[in-house]
Design a binder for this molecule. Structure first.
Ligand code: ATP
Length: 445
């Protein structure tokens, strides 16, 4: 299967089964903005819940935060985004398309007569590169004047930095400690694409860990390893995960060291999370721009310092895409193609399908009772339409790990079959054990 075909198939499966839809589709769609349908919203929620659990609930040294999307405009001056969050772009004067100046499809030098537009093929119509800020601007208050310009945040991290003393003073934390946040971020990306890989509105899962200067290198190494373990724990193919270190030329202005965690997508190795040693750059800048002291006072050592920050920054949408790509497979079964999303049971949107084998002999009534009992604890799906094989296939495509079938023996003997998505084998399970049977496999695997 050609690699691009996999992405096309996934986009079509995502729409058909209600994972992801194009935004405003009935109006022709909005570029690189996507909506999550019933299954997609569950998948993404499971990703975020697992992250929140690993970061906030399972650790004593991290607190949660939910800062607003809109922030004081000076935040973005201090952070460097107003001056530096830019891409050099060129326009085609003929077809009006816009490209990054380093777009490999451009032949020749933009601004010169030899340059050729990669879309319409015109020569000499590409402008000189101009800097284009990736932040979305909007206006606050009734008058659209310069003073009221605010930005949609391009990252969630700044909400953490400006609240670090609030969190410190209102919790029992001492350095080293972290603040975790999940929230929307917006970037007017100029070469968006690859489905939900790069979008203009997305969700970040960011954690900023505040440490004493001098201990930053060892904390950076710890976080790097922990974050890789987290991705592996989602059931991703370990051979498709790797670190990629930023060389001196690639390091962001604030970073002392940076590693990307990359996944091998059908369109190549790409970042899914960044782990950065940001030094005291952020707190230093906010201290300078706000005029407020942001130092930490270590009572035991009787010393003051500006903490260093180790950041872990992942995209919830990108992780959701990674899971879908990693899970997608096609198999030949009895002369037919079976499409499977082999999700780890803990992140599968639906945990079990519940089916009466046939619509008679008391099976639908018992199946309904089983379904009603299970759905109090797990996302489950009832289906009594069509041949049982077709119902299994529908659940395979949705990534549902278990199917519970109620047959004649269930009515008389109080047992059901549980069919496993990946092996397609079946177990006979007593009805009063069904809850614990499923829960153990969803939790434990
Ligand atoms: P890239 O080089 O891919 O643009 P970046 O280095 O700008 O990413 P960061 O600013 O480090 O990315 O953002 C951290 C994480 O946020 C990324 O690893 C990614 O998972 C997610 N992310 C960033 N930009 C987008 C986007 N436009 N769409 C979806 N997710 C994004």
């Amino acid at each position: 299967m050609a690699d691009t075909t996999i992405m096309d198939k996934l986009v079509s499966l995502a729409k058909r089964r209600g994972f992801v839809f194009q935004s405003s589709e009935i109006y022709g769609g909005l570029g690189s903005v996507w909506d999550y349908g019933p299954l997609g919203v569950e998948l993404k929620k499971n990703v975020k819940d697992r992250w929140w659990h690993a970061m906030v609930h399972a650790r004593e040294d991290i607190e949660g935060l939910d800062a607003a999307i809109l922030m004081h405009p000076k935040v973005w001056e201090a952070s460097g985004h107003v001056a530096g969050f830019t891409d050099p772009l060129v326009d085609c004067k003929h077809c009006k398309n816009r490209f990054r100046a380093d777009d490999p499809r451009i032949k020749g030098t933009p601004g010169q007569p030899d340059a050729q537009c990669p879309v319409c093929g015109s020569k000499g119509t590409l402008t000189e590169p101009r800097l284009f800020n990736l932040m979305f601007k909007t206006f606050m208050g009734p008058v659209e004047d310069q003073a009221a310009v605010v930005y949609l945040r391009p990252e969630t991290a700044q909400g953490i930095y400006v609240n670090y003393l609030n969190v410190l003073n209102s919790s029992r934390q001492r350095i080293p400690f972290g603040i975790a946040q999940i929230g929307k971020a917006f970037r007017n990306e100029i070469t968006p694409g690859n489905f939900i890989f790069r979008t203009r509105e997305f969700e970040q899962m960011e954690m900023q860990f505040f440490v004493k200067p001098g201990t930053d290198v060892e904390w950076f190494e710890r976080w790097r390893a922990w974050r890789m373990e987290w991705h592996q724990g989602l059931g991703l193919d370990p051979a498709k995960l790797r670190f990629s270190q930023h060389g001196p030329g690639e390091l962001a202005h604030y970073a002392k060291a940076a590693f990307d965690i990359q996944y091998e997508f059908p369109f190549g190795w790409q970042e899914i999370e960044g782990v950065h040693n940001r030094t005291d750059f952020d707190l230093g800048r906010h201290q300078q721009y706000s005029g407020k002291k942001l130092e930490y006072f270590d009572q035991a050592a009787n010393e003051r310092y500006l903490p260093y920050i180790v950041e872990t920054s992942a995209g919830a949408d990108r992780v959701a895409l990674t899971l879908m790509v990693d899970a997608y497979r096609e198999e030949q079964v009895e002369g037919e193609t079976r499409v499977v999303l082999g999700f780890h049971p803990a992140i599968a949107p639906i945990k079990a399908g519940v089916f009466p084998l046939v619509k008679k002999d008391g099976m639908p009534a018992l199946a309904t009772r089983v379904y009603q009992a299970l759905r109090r604890r797990l996302p489950v799906f009832y289906d009594d339409s069509g041949a049982i094989g077709r119902r299994y296939r529908r659940m395979d495509e949705a990534g549902t790990p278990f199917c519970v079938t109620i047959d004649g023996d269930s009515v008389t003997g109080g047992t059901v079959t549980v069919r496993h998505r990946d092996s397609m084998t079946q177990d006979r399970v007593a009805l009063d054990q069904l809850d614990s049977y499923l829960e153990a496999r969803i939790r434990g695997s």
